[in-house]
Design a protein around this ligand. Structure first.
Ligand code: ADP
Ligand code: MG
Length: 728
């Protein structure tokens, strides 16, 4: 086995970097493989083009005749680019993307063949859905689900396949994917925000939710990664002693990008350009071999699709450069893990970012309205927001003093804190003309339009206002952004809806003027949401104590956190906002709990295997070398033997102790797993996996990692951290 490690290292050194051509300007490549507006204008009749854009912007239905035209044009365009197949591309709840390719090719019965693609095939397909998670919605004996075209996300070509973004739903109508609830949530926030905008600007017709994600990842040499069964099967290292040099010198962050990694990035970005993913930023992250890619923000549904697509193509491009991409939240112990910041904002069709301060008192009041309502929404649903980012892998990151804590709080910066303090003092009911003027001039009028520099400094906050957007930083690097975006947009939609009702009551029943009513409701919100605002160090123990006093949840593990997904409050919220039915909400919960169990179960099996079948035999082998050595010394030195062999004997003992530590704990872990598997109730089973099975990982690892420091390097079978992290 150790030969595999050394073989891999040798291969790595022999690798010649792949050179990437960048002859064309990126702006010229951008969107070339996308059936976007420009292409549609070229390929569709004016009528069909207008119908499709109506569907994109206003959710209008597309009739069959138009669908036929669009399909035929898509096919012509795709064939002109050498495409042979098409697929409905969707995001089932496995977390990966799914596709099943069909050829355009059809026989025509007379021994001839043609390429065909009709509206029917564009609009709806029936993949055999029985093997996708459904949380019991769809019994497998009636394994019927269908995919349906989402015209708001343009079709694209990858390789020789035309990919059509679709939703994935059961025949009975329940969503089986990430996209369907997201689209419903985006619709809800559009409607609610639109209504509130009308207080400030009657011309607003549509409010769009934007997402700009920042994707962190690790690049590890493919051969080295392949030599580790844990990386192959779980996406992370389950053991491995930390490297003597890690990230302590801070010499990687923003440093010059190693050339092989840079070639990978250029290649990846070229692919992004062709697919219309507006990749903009690349840099080294904090940990060695850790990097980040960020695009220009986009409409949230499209941004989610683009992130899912990116995660998929990253792996393929990496392979060309002999890299493996690790999207796991914590691939290596002792150095930083990876997250995916979700930058979020709302924009009107009149071009106003509702989360950016404006130039006039009125536009600032609008900004404060959306700003304070978002804070209020987060306060009311903090546990749900935490649940939206819960996963077995993200548990390693949240609260681990490098990433946001498991407690959700909102950071807003000094200036806005002061503004809220002043607004809190607004008189109840009608305002005197003097107070109104005072407010407009000195409070609302004085919000500087460039807050950016003042607000981005607290990196420990999970939900930070960064000048013209909120940044949700607790999202895991491997997560589909669909879920956190569904939750965030839904809670904000619900909050805006409530706000509108409260303001209208003050206007209609109490005779307040519009701005008076708005000030009055906002004042009460500021008073009631203080508990969620936190400007201090989110990593500190003091914050945990303080948050507890404030009544904020602090769910450190997935099984605990997920409960908020099926609370009465959540079920009612999703139902009221038309995002998910009770059945859908409960099914998703079940899927996630099961996924958690399976992830921990797989890790536990792999760890047991490596510890017993790789580490223990290696330790015994080395121990035998020592024993032979001691025997030899005894022969030579006779009675002086103890003084020359005492260190070896100590080592022999130490190795035995660690072997015992491994064996005893692995046996215990297997027993715990057996017991957990017998638990009928999945919530309790998940708890058992979390508290009994997973709890033994660290103990087993401890002994393995100690052995790594004792055993002859030549014998050690697993590629070491220093090799995984410093070979580029
Ligand atoms: P960092 O957080 O690393 O300092 P930035 O804050 O500059 O980086 O931007 C990070 C991401 O935020 C980018 O993907 C960018 O497109 C996105 N972003 C910028 N403005 C907005 C906005 N108004 N709404 C949503 N995302 C935005
Ligand atoms: Mg950021």
């Amino acid at each position: 086995m150790s030969t595999l490690r050394f073989h891999a290292i040798k291969e790595t050194y022999a690798y010649k970097p792949l050179v990437v051509d960048e002859k064309e300007r990126r702006s010229q490549l951008f969107g070339n493989n996308v059936f976007n507006e420009q292409t549609m204008r070229q390929y569709l009749t004016k009528d069909a083009f207008e119908k499709v854009t109506d569907a994109i912007y206003f959710g209008k239905k597309i009739d069959r005749g138009i669908a036929d035209q669009v399909a035929s044009s898509m096919k012509d365009w795709a064939l002109s680019k050498g495409v042979t197949h098409y697929t409905h591309w969707f995001q089932p709840l496995t977390g990966a993307t799914a596709e099943k390719h069909d050829a355009f090719f059809e026989t025509s019965g007379d021994g001839m063949a043609i390429e065909m693609f009709g509206g029917g095939q564009l609009v709806q397909q029936e993949p055999d859905a029985s093997s996708f998670p459904s949380g019991g919605i769809r019994n497998t004996f009636e394994a019927r689900g269908y995919t349906a075209w989402d015209p708001t996300s343009p079709a694209f070509i990858y390789g020789t396949t035309l990919c059509i973004p679709t939703i994935f739903v059961a025949y009975t109508g329940e969503a089986l994917d990430y996209k369907t609830p997201l689209l419903r949530a985006l619709h809800a926030v559009d409607a609610a925000a639109n209504d509130v905008c009308k207080y400030f600007d009657k011309n607003v017709k549509k409010v769009t939710s934007s997402l700009g994600w920042e994707q962190e990842y690790f690049l590890v040499d493919k051969m080295l990664a392949t030599s580790r069964p844990d990386i192959n099967l779980t996406g992370r290292t389950l053991l491995g002693h930390s490297s003597a040099k890690g990230q302590q010198l801070d010499d990687h962050y923003f440093g010059s990008i190693p050339s092989r990694a840079l070639n990978f990035m250029r290649d990846l970005e070229n692919e992004c350009m062709l697919l219309g993913i507006p990749a903009k930023t690349r840099h080294n992250e904090v940990a060695p071999n850790q990097f980040e890619l960020a695009p220009i923000y986009e409409e949230a549904n499209l941004a989610v699709d683009h992130n899912s697509l990116l995660m998929d193509i990253m792996g393929r491009v990496a392979s060309r450069h002999n890299f493996k991409v690790l999207l796991h939240e914590k691939p290596f112990a002792g150095i930083n893990g990876s997250g995916k910041h979700n930058n979020w904002s709302l924009t009107t069709d009149t071009g106003i970012n509702l989360l950016a301060p404006g130039k006039t008192p009125m536009s600032n009041l609008q900004f404060l309205t959306f700003f304070i309502n978002t804070i209020k929404a987060v306060h009311q649903h903090e546990a749900l927001l935490r649940a939206a980012v819960a996963s077995a892998s993200n548990d390693h990151r949240l609260g681990a003093n490098e990433a946001p804590p498991a407690i959700i709080s909102v950071f807003i910066g000094d200036q806005l804190t002061k503004v809220l303090e002043e607004l809190e003092g607004v008189t109840k009911g009608k305002l005197s003309p003097k107070e109104k003027t005072e407010l407009k001039l000195n409070v609302v009028g004085k919000i500087p339009d460039v807050l950016l520099d003042n607000t981005d400094r607290n990196r420990t906050s999970p939900f930070a206002f960064t000048g013209n957007k909120f940044e949700f930083r607790a999202v895991g690097s491997s997560a589909n952004c669909g879920d956190p975006m569904t939750v965030l947009n839904t809670i904000v939609a619900k909050q805006l809806k409530d706000f509108k009702e409260e303001v209208d009551v003050l206007i209609d029943k109490k005779g307040l003027k519009k701005d008076e009513a708005v000030f009055n409701v906002l004042r009460e919100y500021i008073k009631s949401t203080k508990a969620i605002l936190f400007e201090g160090n989110g990593y500190g123990k003091e914050w945990e104590d303080e948050a507890k006093k404030r009544g904020l949840s602090n769910n450190k593990t997935t099984p605990e956190a997920l409960k908020a997904k099926v609370s009465k409050q959540t079920i009612a919220l999703f139902e009221e906002m038309g995002v998910m039915s009770k059945i859908e909400t409960e099914a998703r919960y079940e899927i996630e709990i099961e996924s958690y169990i399976k992830h921990v179960q797989i890790e536990s099996r792999v760890l047991g295997d490596i510890a017993r079948n790789h580490i223990v035999p290696t330790a015994v082998k080395y121990q035998n070398v020592l024993i032979e050595n001691v025997k030899g010394l005894k022969e030579i030195f006779d009675e002086n033997f103890t003084s020359v062999s005492k260190e070896q004997i100590k080592l022999i003992e130490e190795i035995s102790n660690h072997i015992e530590g491994i064996n005893a704990n692995v046996t215990k872990m297997i027993d715990e797993r057996r017991e957990a598997n017998a638990i009928e109730n999945i919530e309790e089973r998940a708890m058992a996996y979390c508290n009994q099975v997973k709890a033994l990982f660290e103990k087993i690892r401890y002994h393995c990692d100690k052995l790594e420091l004792l055993v002859d390097d030549e014998l050690w079978p697993l590629t070491k951290y220093r090799e995984l992290l410093f070979t580029r």
